[in-house]
Ligand binder design. Structure first.
Ligand SMILES: Cc1ncc(COP(=O)(O)O)c(C=O)c1O
Length: 352
């Protein structure tokens, strides 16, 4: 279908793409490219899911202000949904996250309230709670809201099951931010595709699920301090400094088989390789998930089908270390091209 009632109809139904040049030959590697969502990330699904669930339950009233704590992609998705549906939106966000994210949300009409980087993800969540309480605003609570994994069970998981109908799906590889993708998709796979091994990816600096250590919580369920296994990492949108309730459910329901950790440089290198060898332009966490999928591929039996989630577009990272080595001015090679005499050819790109 190519004609929609509003932009919201274009959320989901993202393509699954075969990887041809990266990875070992004995397996089939596929990626699900969430950058095809209208605002460029998997979080568009969550945004629509939580707002529609709140409208249905009556928790969100016509014209009521919506407030959420987010590292960016959720805010951008919510800003789109609220623009279409006419809800004012306030986003609380740590100043540690990239400037283009703030600007995008403001462009879409949201107000962005920054919280100190030193207060980490916990700080921005606390600020959203305070504002909601003080002003009677509707808080979408992406880290706890069951409508988040539920949306992934209804959309992401259904798409995957349909696209692998009649074929094996041996591994599903995903990172987690709230855990919505992980918990929502894995619940369906456990039920309908019990042969599929679910692999969770974490930054090596923040291997919280791998540690097996629980998160200390206040009486109201919010986290008190950073998880003992958490340290800062370059994966915006991944592994906040606490284990969200939605991700915790994946542990308690035994929804994953293995945790694979990846370093920041590994993820950034994989993101660059995806762009330059496959033409797939995605962010740092997508690179991290793909780096983990490559590790899984090394020991996977011959003929295995491996599906890797790629959560967002690379354009969200222009001001981050992902682009640190991408120059704006001409380098020596480019100067030489500019000054070259007629008939010069660039060497062909090396085959993978
Ligand atoms: C940038 C980004 N957005 C979203 C997600 C997925 O988030 P969630 O666990 O909230 O579904 C990830 C996790 O891989 C991510 O890296």
């Amino acid at each position: 279908m190519a004609k929609f009632d509003s932009i919201l109809g274009t959320i989901g139904n993202t393509p699954i793409v075969r990887i041809n040049r990266l990875g070992p030959q004995h397996v089939n590697l596929f990626v699900k490219v969430e950058a095809f969502n209208p605002l460029g990330s998997v979080k568009d699904r969550l945004a629509l899911g939580v707002i529609e669930a709140a409208e249905k339950s009556g928790a969100l009233k016509v014209g009521q202000t919506v407030v959420e704590a987010t590292s960016g992609n959720t805010g951008i998705g919510l800003a789109m949904v609220c623009a279409v549906k006419g809800y004012p939106l306030v986003i609380t966000m740590s100043e540690a996250f990239s400037v283009e994210r703030r600007k995008l949300m403001r462009f879409l009409g949201a107000k962005v309230v920054l919280t100190p980087a030193s207060e980490r993800a916990n700080g921005m969540v606390k600020k959203a709670e305070d504002l909601a309480l003080k002003n009677g605003w509707f808080q979408t609570r992406q880290f706890e809201n069951e409508a988040n994994p539920e949306m992934h069970s209804r959309t992401t998981a259904r798409e995957i099951v349909a696209d692998f109908a009649g074929e094996r799906l041996d591994y599903f590889v995903t990172g987690f931010g709230t855990g919505g993708t992980l918990t929502g998709v894995a619940r369906v796979l456990r039920r309908e595709r019990p042969e599929t091994k679910v692999i969770v990816v974490e930054p090596d600096a923040a291997a919280m699920l791998a540690s097996g250590l629980p998160q200390e919580r206040r009486a109201d369920g919010a986290a008190t301090a950073s998880h003992p296994s958490w340290k800062p990492h370059p994966y915006q949108g991944w592994s906040p400094d606490f284990i969200p309730r939605v991700a915790g459910e994946a542990s308690s329901e035994v929804l994953y088989d293995e945790v694979v950790t990846v370093s920041g440089p590994e993820g950034m290198k994989a993101s660059l390789s995806l762009a330059q060898k496959e033409g797939v332009f995605v962010g740092i966490s997508a690179g991290g998930t793909f780096a983990a999928a490559l590790k899984v591929a090394e020991t996977a039996p011959a003929g295995s089908n491996i599906l890797c989630m790629l959560p967002d577009t690379g354009e969200r990272y222009l001001s981050t270390p992902l682009f640190a080595d991408i120059n704006a001015d001409m380098n020596d090679d480019e100067m030489a091209i500019s000054l070259s005499t007629p008939g010069q050819h660039l060497p062909p790109k090396a085959a993978a």
